[in-house]
Design a protein around this ligand. Structure first.
Ligand SMILES: [Zn+2]
Length: 300
């Protein structure tokens, strides 16, 4: 394409007899505009959103949760734990939104519970995967590090759920010795003939297994049926996000196994941190507490 066709005609550039008129025009224009600019509110300069400016958010998180460090790794993992791999954050807007969401969700835990969890570090990344399977989050319970993919923040409800789901795996490892602890007391809550699958990673590639469809008694979704550890983490997570808790209300109110599982996890939490009592749950779940604490009767 010949860009000369777009060249400004000489007359418009103020050549020849038009030069003076143009000069006057610019003068008048400047007189009109300069006072307007002078009185205009000059917006404060907003620092460009970069991982460096986002360090402020990491510092905010670190001051809120003592003992835990937060980071945006600047290099991709070369040798990840358990075949985990990721890329550094590219989208700073996602990173800013995710760290805000994380702060909001993690602030729901008593500080005492976070200390007891022994969580050491949280890293915010992109293209997080285990092998070639993309994951919203990965808990490295061996090194006490949680990894979150910030791009999932575009699905707020899911991201909030994932923050709590992964943290539960850390709690299980800390208090029951393994993130894959085969909790017999929990297993006994299920129907006698029920058997779990071989683990959460088996669920990937099987379509939407995460929606709360109450596929069978005792389970809020299909993902929970793939492993006992996922079942516990899924129910734990819905307790902390009112939008999700609302979605399972009908199932929980109708299903005695689900009510027993909810009660089990709430009691587990209360045994670690006394402040996680009924009034705590009413505040955090934002709905009716199931099951209601039974009125204790003295028997003789
Ligand atoms: Zn999980």
């Amino acid at each position: 394409m010949d860009f000369k066709v777009f060249e400004t005609p000489a007359t418009f550039r103020g050549s020849g007899p038009y030069r003076y008129k143009m000069a006057r025009c610019w003068h008048i224009y400047a007189c009109l505009v300069v006072p307007v600019l002078a009185h205009a509110q000059v917006p404060p300069s907003v620092p460009e959103l970069t991982l460096d400016t986002l360090e402020v958010k990491l510092a905010q998180l670190a001051s809120k949760f003592p003992g835990v460090t937060f980071a945006f790794p600047r290099e991709e993992t070369m040798k990840g734990w358990a075949n985990m791999n990721f890329k550094p954050v590219q989208n700073e807007n996602d990173a800013a939104a995710f760290t805000d969401l994380f702060l909001e969700e993690f602030s729901k835990y008593p500080i005492e519970l976070i200390k007891l969890s022994n969580l050491k570090r949280v890293e915010f990344v992109e293209r997080l995967a285990v092998g070639k399977q993309y994951r919203a989050a990965v808990p490295d319970y061996e090194h006490e590090v949680l990894y979150y993919d910030v791009s999932y923040v575009r699905n707020q409800r899911y991201s909030r759920h994932v923050v709590h789901h992964e943290f539960y795996h850390m709690l299980e490892q800390e208090w029951n010795g393994s993130a894959f602890f085969k909790d017999q007391a929990w297993a006994r809550l299920n129907a006698k003939d029920f058997m779990y699958g071989t683990g959460g990673s088996e669920a990937y590639g099987h379509g939407d297994v995460w929606s709360f469809v109450h596929p069978k008694p005792g389970f809020i979704n299909l993902y929970s049926t793939y492993g006992l550890e996922e079942d516990k983490a899924e129910i734990w997570a819905v307790l902390f996000v009112p939008d999700n808790w609302r979605l399972v209300q009908k199932a929980v109110s109708e299903d005695p196994i689900l009510r027993a599982k909810v009660g089990y996890l709430r009691e587990f939490a209360r045994s670690k941190s006394a402040s996680m009592n009924d009034s705590y749950w009413r505040q955090v779940s934002g709905e009716v507490v199931y099951p209601p604490t039974p009125t204790r009767k003295t028997t003789h």
